[in-house]
Design a protein. Structure first.
Length: 126
């Protein structure tokens, strides 16, 4: 099983905001410290909302038991699947089903939101 410590991504799993707190995505993304930054913003029931500020590519992985939702705030996100690549622009979203091998890429700085099960391991479980 993979752990996020094995990869060069800045992945912060702590929940940054409690319920009833204002979340300023732009202020957080403007302060992103590097090319691959991931911060858990809040928890909604059994899911979390994560902010990603990315440039470059993630590794191939899958999540055996969890779906992932990606939503582009700004920029372009490429989601490589085994048989195709999905290109998302600002204000577009996509669900990667559990068990599907995938990787995300961004040719330039891109800001995304992800919604996924709170127990998911961001780097995958295979």
């Amino acid at each position: 099983m993979s752990t996020h410590a094995q990869y060069p991504y800045d992945t912060r799993l702590n929940i940054l905001h409690k319920h009833l707190e204002l979340i300023d995505e732009k202020a957080l993304s403007d302060r992103a410290p590097g090319k691959w930054y991931n911060q858990t913003l809040c928890q909604v029931n059994a899911s979390v909302v994560r902010l990603g500020v990315i440039e470059g590519e993630y590794h191939w992985h899958k999540h055996a038991g969890e779906d992932e939702f990606f939503y582009v705030v700004d920029g372009t996100l490429l989601i490589d699947l085994e048989d195709r690549t999905v290109e998302l622009s600002s204000r577009q979203g996509f669900v990667v089903s559990k068990g599907v091998l995938h990787r995300t890429r961004a040719p330039r700085r891109t800001v995304i939101l992800m919604i996924e099960n709170a127990e998911i391991i961001p780097t995958g479980d295979t």
